[in-house]
Design a protein around this ligand. Sequence first.
Ligand code: MN
Ligand code: MN
Length: 319
Amino acid sequence: MIFILWKIYSKQNADVIVLNEEEFKKYLRAGEIASKVMKEIIRIVRPGMLLIEIAEKAENMIRELGGEPAFPINISIGNEAAHYTPLINDLKKIPESGVVKIDLGVHVDGYIADMARSIDLDGRYRTLVDAVDDVLNKILINVKPGISAKEIGRIAETYARRYGFKTVRNLSGHMLDRYVLHAGYNIPNYPDPLAIWRLKNNNAYAIEPFLTTGSGIVSEDKNIVSIYSLKKTKFKTGDKKIGSIIKIIEERFKGLPFCGRWLKDLDVDLDIENMLRSLYKEGVLYGYPLLSDLPGSQVSQAEDTIVIYENQVFVTTRR
Ligand code: MN
Ligand code: MN
């Protein structure tokens, strides 16, 4: 999952966060699970496959390996950059051509691995996919404690341009924290002069360049929302049924994003997707609308999670 770049950067991380060995190992375990699942998903994705089949396979595999999905798997196609997960009874299929982005999250006791890869379905967009992998590699080679977020953005943009592509400017990487997917600090995909904060020991970060043949700016389609999270503000309702569902959402997902498919087991005579949509419109739930570049363009993404522990960088999703 990604972060819509807001023009807000905190000055510096004031609180000293200490990461103990047990917590560090949970980050590593989450990364290991994410990378295993990703390998398997890349192996099975084919034109004509139902997106829901891929989603269920990935999320079940995460649970079988001892993790929990940290957010619903994002399967984004062509000019879609992120934030589409199959709905209950979704009939959407993998097309014959284009770039498919698989973005999956795993957590172990709240410690998150966030990882994405792109698949070129028929060879037409090979350069776009290879380029984003290379851009991410260039960042990972250079990342060290103390590097500024702006410098990471500079590397991303420099290498993207060498391949003749733009980066998506309003999507960014982010800091991770326990049960927090977007812990406030963004890592831009261009050298944003405001991104002066530096990566620090004992923290985890998701680094995720996006390349595009389109405009380099994605926009939200508020009519297509398949991923939600509970707003932090307490919600009071006179409707007992809705109240109890919100309580379940709170306990089950602990503030992390979720989707309708994950509430299918609820014994309610309601259309779950409709219910979530109206709770989103009423402002009870936060929604993550589909993010797309211009029609006809193609977007590629690559993402890994790093943890800086004892002043060393560990790429948790590549072990
Ligand atoms: Mn992410
Ligand atoms: Mn992600």
